[in-house]
Structures are given as C-alpha cells and as structure tokens.
Design a protein around this ligand. Structure first.
Ligand code: LLP
Length: 446
C-alpha cells in the first residue's frame, strides 16, 4: 500500500499525527460530531478542479462554457458553489433545469440533453431560453420545432451525433456506439440537417457528442473531436447552416486507482483543440464556441464517505469488515464493480498486513465495497474513509432497505457546515399515502 502515492494526487488529503485529515480538518473529529456514515465534501477541491478546467480551456479556446453535469452530484451545496464560479450546467430533466436556474445559472449556459425528453421538458427549456436543447432523434427535432412554434419562439438546438466510437470504460457507462440508445447516426444526421433548413422555429447552433464516462485514454476522445469537427464543417459547408458551437460532452476520467497513466484536463483540452484547429485551418470559418460537460472530473475526489466498522468476522477463509455504510449510500461498487480507495482514518503508520472483504448492512450480496483489500488489522469501532465518492455518490444514493441517505457536511478551510441532514422515517415517507381502502380495512385473519 503506497499511501504517499494515493495522497500525492489528492493534495487536499493529509496525514497529521498518523491520522487522516481533509486539509486542516480531522476526519475523526467530524465523525464524532456528525456521526457515520457521513459524506464530507471539500469545497476548495471543487474550486481547484473547476479552475484547472477553466485554465486549460482558456489556453486553447477563445470561447467556452463549462456546463457542469449535474447528474454527477446535484447537492445544493455543490451546484450553488459551482454557480458562484459561473459554471454552466448540463441537465437531463425538468427538475434539473429548475435546479440550475434556481441556483443562479444563467439560462444561456444551460444545456438540456437526454435521449427521451418529455414535451413538457422541451417546452420548459424553450420558454426559459435555455442556451442549448440537444435533440437525439428526428422526431424530437420536429417536437422542438412545433413547441417553439406554439410559443412563438425560436429554440437554440444542438444535435447529438452517435459517432460509433468505442471507449475503454465499463460497459454500463459507455454511450458512444451504435448499439447504445444515444443520438442519431451520421447518415441520419444529414436528414436532420436538411430538415433544419426548413424549420422556422429551430435555430441549429451546435453538434454534440458524449461517448462515455470515466475515459482514461485520449485516443477515443481525440477521434471524437476529429469526427465531430468534420461533421461541423460539413454542416456549414454543405447545408449552409449557421452553426457556431461544438459540444464535446463529458467523460474525462479520474484516477480512482493509481495507474501508470491517467489524463489531465490540460492533456484533453490540448488534444481536442489541436485536432479541431487543424481541421478548421484554411476553412475560413470562425472558431466555434466550445461546450464541455464535465461531471466526474470536477467533483469525484472532493468527497469522502466516512464509515465505521461495526463488526469484524471470519467466514470461510475470508475476513470481513462489516461497516455502517451500504450500497444505498454509495452504489458505484455494486453497480459497476468500481474500485475506490479505502483507508483507515487513524494510526496510518500501521502496516497494511490483512486482507479484508468490506461489506455493508444491506441484505444483498452486492453490498460489498471491496474484496481482498489490504488494510492494517482492524477492530470494530474503527473508522474507514472511502475516497473519491463525490461523483455519482450522493446523486445515486437512495433509501433501499429503509436507510436514510447519509448526512453530509461541506468543509471550506476551517469551516464545517451541514449540507444535508440525515433523513428520518418521516422524511422518507413524506410523499407517500396509505390508500383509504387500506386504512378502512378491518383486521381479518387470513
Ligand atoms: N454529458 C452527458 C450527456 C452525460 O451523459 C454525462 C454522463 C456527462 C456529460 C458527464 O460525464 P462525466 O464527465 O461525469 O464522465 N453513474 C456512472 C456514470 C454515468 C455517467 C452518465 N453520463 C458512474 O458512477 O460511473
């Protein structure tokens, strides 16, 4: 276990007196004050990551919108922080649009994208002047035109293109192939482009592509940039459409597991700008505005899930640590066999000599956070920190097994504030109703 390597790429995590800290804040103290399981979000880390992306893009592009993908983490604390940094938003739903607008994101910086949007969602986007509504089918394009027509408005539209590009990521989070449900294929794109010429209430401004998430290899992203830019040029040259935006989606991965190589946003920005500019050269076209939709890259390593070991036991030939966080609190391992670093919070000078399976309280065999994980010899009552849970952690947490979504704190320098209270049973059932015919039932033995 090379602790120094783990901490090197997560400079907000530190060891003080052999205990794990998030900057100057002791995780042990947080657990004492707020209990476990507890999500801890470091605001500064989010700011740093956002700045990193901003600086990388400013070096290479004239105009860009960092439309943070809300699905990665839609906590109010996070989206309000990002809106203060003037980030845009990529959302996929009605409530997502409402959340972005109510968090202060300018409508012109909001992107609505998703394969099966309702008419109400399209109407809301058009009415509220959302910057870009990305359509994913011919039918959807017609719907946008007819809704905009009814409203007497013109919608700013993008078309999501399925470029049939394979990315080396988990099969459940790849989106770039023709076997997936996303976008329109290149042949169909031409039909949509032709149609756009004839639609009065659609202003086609962008082409969009998103080939998958947690991509750690630049090659598929480079191909995506090349193919999308080529289509952008063709759309303008062959159809005389006035496109001015390229939306490259999200997908840049993070080093959950220390690998030999991972990519930085700077690597990514450089590659896509080089490819884009090479193709645009000699074309007498304005450099398009760029939209990127990063989610994971901004928030993943900002957060830790603190959990306590309830029991230690041996079963068969395996040693188990049974902790108080479960798959309902954090689903990525159960869903995608994801790897997350898990560290003890105290006495980090111990040797990592034991191999443990780490399981939660949920009655499912998939409720396991790690198999054969090397750790120091652990005792019940000790704390563990699961790292990099800021993306697709809280946003996918749920009440399975009648468990509350964990309490969450946000830290900023020396300040700590609760960002989400632990749910009570009342919170969990507040939207439910017992039908009268159940209430009125007399007790009857079956
Ligand atoms: N844009 C679109 C259209 C997307 O579908 C997504 C993610 C993003 C942007 C942001 O991608 P990111 O930069 O975060 O990779 N629950 C899975 C990830 C699903 C990603 C879905 N789409 C996980 O926990 O790995």
């Amino acid at each position: 276990m090379d602790l120094s390597k783990i901490l090197k790429i997560r400079s907000h995590l530190r060891i003080r007196g052999n205990n794990l800290f998030i900057r100057n804040i002791s995780l042990k103290k947080l657990s004492e004050e707020y209990g476990t399981p507890l999500y801890v979000i470091d605001a500064e880390r989010i700011i740093d990551k956002y700045k990193e992306i901003y600086n990388s893009l400013s070096k290479h592009f004239k105009e860009f919108n960092i439309a943070y993908s809300y699905k990665a983490n839609h906590s109010l604390s996070v989206v309000n922080l990002l809106s203060k940094l003037e980030a845009g938003a990529t959302v996929t739903s009605y409530l997502g649009m409402e959340l972005a607008l109510s968090s202060g994101v300018s409508p012109s910086n909001v992107v609505l994208v998703g394969p099966s949007k309702t008419k109400e969602e399209l109407r809301y986007a058009i009415q509220n002047n959302i910057g870009l509504t990305v359509v994913e089918s011919y039918e959807e394009l017609l719907s946008v035109d007819s809704i905009a027509n009814e409203l007497g408005l013109v919608a700013n539209v993008g078309i999501r293109v399925n470029l049939n590009i394979k990315s080396n990521t988990h099969k459940k989070i790849a989106t770039g192939l023709l076997t997936h449900k996303f976008g329109v294929n290149v042949n169909e794109l031409h039909l949509l482009l032709k149609k756009c010429k004839k639609l009065n209430n659609v202003n086609l401004v962008a082409l969009h592509s998103h080939i998958g998430s947690q991509i750690l290899d630049l090659n598929p992203l480079k191909r995506q940039a090349i193919e999308l830019t080529k289509l952008y040029i063709k759309s303008i040259e062959n159809y005389n459409l006035k496109l001015n935006t390229l939306d490259f989606g999200g997908g840049v991965g993070v080093p959950y597991l220390i690998r030999k190589s991972y990519i930085t946003y700077e690597d990514y920005a450089k590659v896509i700008s080089t490819e884009m500019k090479a193709l645009l050269k000699n074309k007498n076209l304005e450099e398009p505005k760029i939209i990127v939709e990063p989610g994971r890259y901004i928030v993943a390593d900002s957060s830790i899930l603190l959990t306590k070991v309830n029991y230690v036991k041996k079963l068969g030939n395996k040693k188990w640590l049974l902790v108080d966080a479960g798959m309902n609190d954090f689903m990525r391992v159960a869903l995608y066999d994801a790897y997350h670093e898990i560290l003890p919070v105290e006495k980090l000078d111990r040797k990592f000599v034991e191999k443990y399976n780490i399981g939660g309280p949920v009655c499912e065999s998939s409720d396991v956070f790690a198999f054969n994980r090397m750790l120091p010899s652990m005792k019940s009552g000790e704390l563990l920190a699961m790292l990099d849970v800021g993306a697709y952690g809280l946003s996918m947490a749920n009440n399975y097994n009648i468990r509350s979504i964990p309490k969450t704190v946000m830290v900023w320098k020396d300040k700590v504030e609760v960002a989400r209270e632990k749910e009570s049973l009342e919170d969990i059932v507040k939207k439910e109703k017992v039908p009268n015919f159940i209430k009125e039932l007399q007790l009857v033995s079956p």
